[in-house]
Design a protein around this ligand. Structure first.
Ligand SMILES: Cc1cc2nc3c(=O)[nH]c(=O)nc-3n(C[C@H](O)[C@H](O)[C@H](O)COP(=O)(O)OP(=O)(O)OC[C@H]3O[C@@H](n4cnc5c(N)ncnc54)[C@H](O)[C@@H]3O)c2cc1C
Length: 447
């Protein structure tokens, strides 16, 4: 009988997991593993600052993301144990570790979900090469979007550059594939599964600082806890208990509290919840409760998420370049660390921007409206290189997703998929519309 190893990355769930499902069709001996790459927890260095090299003052993966990741892994391990398996956890370089585990477990194959962006692909290819020399094959599956890559009505290189054209080409024409059944059995690995690392082991050594961060995070819109169970609980609460889906379209531009939007993004980012699972739940909601513009709009927003993934696949590394996928820009942007620091710490003296930046720093979350405004302000009022902003978001956002983050940043910088030229967010106007009574600003700026 074959042994198959599942290499998990941004797919930390058991439900709707094609690699696990397909592996179990071939054999009972299916093992799960996750490798924490410790280089992701190193400090970011800005190399092109006007004063020369400088520590950015944050890590590639910051505290909130690290904590959410550990919680998600812990939950996956518990759920794997409930069905006879375990989650093997290692810290180090995947390129060495994955082939090593595959060999120890005498696997014939490694199955995984496909990633799209440079760092991830580079690692995949290196792992694949090592596995090849060990006569172990690597199989990739597409599983992070609502619409399957292979179901698009064109090859990804012909993906429209305008979202609306993409949306119209898929909705009503292409079927979203059904979810894969959740496994009922996994094999218990006969090797040491590894202990769950602590935050200190990931470089967050200062206990007092960690405690302080957790205390401040209590002001967050929601208590974000990593893991498949917590993700499904959030959906259950938002859809079924509080019945909020039916008003999503009207509330989604809110700023305060848990209820204005779904808050699914952090669980989606680590794959704790699958977009197709959300889609199926929306369909059930529509048949049992209400079908209206709001129920449609949640799927509409998930389509944006799909779109940025396909755009990243189409344009590769261009999404990380200052001139973006357009490869041209009429903005002259500078790398002024002092101004950037003020923006980052919410000390600009511009209340709506400062309030949002403080929310992000203290909780790891910011509303979509807030993100659009602070990003626009950094680029179009402060003229700072937007890539610094994107890197800070990468460190800080609980829901950091490489394609959604960089895709939205290039969009706001006018070098992505915004069909409108020179879009500008007037901060006073935005604040007066979305925070007319100043409640949000007071919540974050008043002591
Ligand atoms: C500069 C900038 C950076 C961003 N970085 C990220 C990021 O790293 N990760 C991330 O998930 N989202 C990112 N977004 C998109 C958006 O702000 C968040 O998805 C949303 O605020 C998450 O809250 P929610 O789950 O309550 O969203 P809801 O309003 O409830 O939307 C439901 C889901 O739709 C998807 N979605 C909604 N809006 C967008 C969008 N504009 N782009 C892509 N997907 C969307 C998300 O998966 C979200 O969970 C960014 C937006 C901007 C302007």
């Amino acid at each position: 009988m074959q042994n198959i190893l599942i290499w998990l990355r941004n797919d930390l769930r058991l439900h709707d997991h094609e690699p696990i499902f397909k592996a179990l069709q071939n054999t009972k001996n299916v093992f799960l593993c996750y490798c924490i790459d410790n280089t992701n927890f190193e400090d970011i260095i800005f190399t092109e600052n006007i004063e020369g090299k400088k520590k950015a003052g944050f890590k590639k993966i910051g505290f909130f993301r690290a904590k959410f990741l550990l919680e998600s892994l812990e939950n996956l391990r518990q759920n794997a144990k409930k069905i006879g398996g375990n989650l093997i956890i290692r810290i180090g370089n995947s390129v060495d570790i994955i082939p090593q585990i595959a060999q120890e477990l005498q696997c014939q194959a490694v199955y995984m979900h496909q990633e799209i962006t440079h760092e991830e692909i580079t690692t995949d290819i290196a792992v694949e090469q090592k596995l090849w020399t060990q006569k172990i094959r690597l199989e990739r599956f597409w599983g992070s979007t609502l619409y399957h890559l292979n179901d698009l009505p064109y090859p990804v290189r012909s993906l429209p550059d305008v979202f609306t054209q993409f949306r119209k080409s898929v909705e009503n024409y292409i079927k979203i594939r059904p979810t894969f059944a959740t496994p009922t059995h996994l094999a218990r690995p006969h090797i040491n599964a590894g202990t769950m690392p602590t935050l200190a082991e990931l470089g967050f050594e200062n206990e007092n600082e960690n405690q302080e961060k957790q205390t401040k995070q209590q002001k967050a819109v929601l208590h974000f806890k990593g893991g498949e169970d917590a993700g499904k609980e959030r959906l259950n609460s938002y859809f079924w208990e509080k019945n909020l889906l039916k008003t999503y379209k009207e509330t989604r531009n809110g700023l305060l509290g848990a209820d204005y939007s779904s808050k699914f993004s952090a669980w989606l980012a680590l794959g704790c919840i699958s977009p197709r699972y959300i889609y199926e739940q929306v369909q059930i909601y529509e048949s049992q409760r209400t079908k209206n513009e709001s129920t449609y709009w949640l799927i509409f927003e998930l389509l944006w998420r799909d779109y940025f993934k396909f755009i990243a696949k189409k344009y590769g590394n261009l999404i990380f370049k200052q001139k973006g996928i357009k490869n041209t820009s009429n903005l002259t942007l500078k790398k002024d660390f002092l101004v950037f620091e003020k923006w980052k710490n919410g000390n600009l003296g511009v209340p709506f921007v400062d309030a949002n930046m403080r929310e992000l720093a203290q909780t790891g979350f910011m509303s979509n409206r807030g993100r659009q405004n602070v990003a626009s302000f950094l680029i179009k009022d402060l003229y700072i290189d937007w890539r610094w902003g994107a890197m800070y978001f990468e460190s800080q956002l609980l829901d950091y997703d490489v394609c959604s983050n960089w895709g939205n940043w290039i969009y706001i910088a006018g070098v992505g998929n915004d069909p409108r030229e020179n879009r500008y967010f007037s901060i006073p106007k935005q604040a007066s519309v979305y925070d007319s009574k100043g409640e949000y600003v007071r919540f974050w700026l008043e002591k």
